[in-house]
Design a protein around this ligand. Structure first.
Ligand code: PLP
Length: 382
């Protein structure tokens, strides 16, 4: 197998950088490498690129530029929003509401909040992996500071009723922040934060063809959250630290291209995923998670009955197909997926799932090629 014959179907874990993103990174480093907080011409150049990128990014999400803060990624944005309201909170009865199927960035933050002694309500999901609006609402009370529900799950691609939840929360008229981790949804969905009805969101650059280590924290101008990183006065005095201007410019260029081509990109991805899933359904005993409900176009979480996912993943890798068992952390740790557990997938089937995820770099024919590799690998395992 030649190196570039390797078929990458793990875009939900990370996407390759788009050419425009590489170019923007290189260009910014060469002409505007100076510290964007400085007082000379090169600093002003960097500052201009930073603010122009912020304007363009905000525009893609229907937000005001001042509602966008750059972070080191989705994990930092989730940690910031979820933890900070609980630090030195005078109300010892303050509560957090989140779900059992969130990404580790949210779950880990929620567990940390719990370790401080605050009450955290973890909402379950149904057997399809969908969180019910009424379960979220019935766990909210006047002590609730933050509600955090992801827009779409990273392991299954199943879309959550965030807009409906936002509308129901609004009717309660409590003073709380509704946060949504939209990191995975952003890969194949157009999102307007205000229209969705959320007050904060986390986004990651490397899920849309931008670089790793750069992300966005959206915080509605009506909401207030204390700073997470203290020091310099960068990012409207909200986040200290020299800003990664080249990363921001690169993320912005990736986002421009992604948003411009989203329909075309999604049609291509969906065609490949459909061909892939059809071949598997016609030849194997498989169950596709979320097949008949609202699901992100790029994710295909498949249960292969009677086959251990770890063994299959290794066999696929040897045949030149890179996939994952779920989220990157869970696959490294080899524990059963917390998402599939929440969906009450039985113990004998929980380790039979693999996630195939398509993306902007997927080519025509990749779906059929991947399905044939799966069939021949399973044949070889018998
Ligand atoms: N949230 C979700 C849903 C994700 O899929 C990921 C990445 O896997 C993250 C958060 C973390 O983002 P980052 O890698 O930028 O820290």
């Amino acid at each position: 197998m030649k190196k570039n014959d390797y078929l990458y179907l793990d875009h939900a874990a990370s996407t390759p950088m788009r050419d425009v993103a590489f170019e923007a990174y290189k260009q910014t480093e060469s002409v505007a490498f100076a510290n964007s907080s400085g007082g000379h011409e090169l600093s002003r150049k960097a500052k201009n690129i930073l603010e122009e990128s912020r304007d363009r990014i905000a525009n893609h999400f229907g937000a005001a530029p001042k509602e966008i803060t750059f972070t080191s990624g989705g994990t930092e944005a989730d940690n910031w929003i979820i933890k900070m309201p609980f630090i030195n909170n005078q109300n010892k009865n303050a509560e957090l509401v989140t779900s059992a199927i969130e990404h580790e960035a949210v779950l880990g933050s929620a567990e940390w909040v719990e370790s401080l002694g605050y009450k955290v309500n973890f909402i379950g999901c149904d057997n399809f992996g969908v969180i019910k609006t009424e379960d979220v609402i019935s766990n909210i009370n006047s002590n609730t500071e933050i509600v955090s529900i992801m827009l779409a799950n990273n392991e299954t691609g199943v879309v959550q009723p965030v807009k409906e939840i936002a509308q129901s929360i609004k009717k309660l008229d409590y003073d709380l922040i509704f946060h949504s981790d939209v990191v995975q949804a952003v890969s194949t969905t157009k999102i307007d934060f205000h229209e969705l009805g959320i007050q904060s969101a986390a986004i990651s650059g490397h899920k849309i063809g931008g670089p790793k280590g750069i992300g966005i924290m959206f915080l509605s101008s009506e909401a207030k959250i204390p700073s997470f990183l203290h020091g310099g006065k960068q990012e409207l005095e909200r986040r200290a630290g020299t800003v990664n201007v080249s990363g921001v410019a690169s993320l912005s260029a990736a986002l421009d291209e992604q948003q411009k081509n989203m329909e075309l990109q999604n049609n291509k991805i969906l065609k490949e995923r459909t061909e892939f899933e059809n071949i598997l359904k016609n030849n194997l005993d498989v169950m596709i998670v979320g097949e008949n409900i609202s699901r992100l176009d790029h994710v295909s979480n498949i249960q292969f009955k009677g086959i251990h996912s770890e063994t299959l993943m290794v066999a696929l890798d040897l045949q030149g197909l890179g996939v994952s068992r779920g989220s990157a952390c869970a696959s490294g740790a080899q524990k059963p997926s917390h998402v599939l557990q929440a969906m009450k997938i039985s113990d004998d089937l929980i380790n039979s799932h693999l996630r195939f995820s398509f993306g902007w770099s997927t080519n025509s024919g990749d779906g059929v090629k991947a399905a044939n590799i799966v069939l021949s690998s399973i044949q070889g395992m018998k």
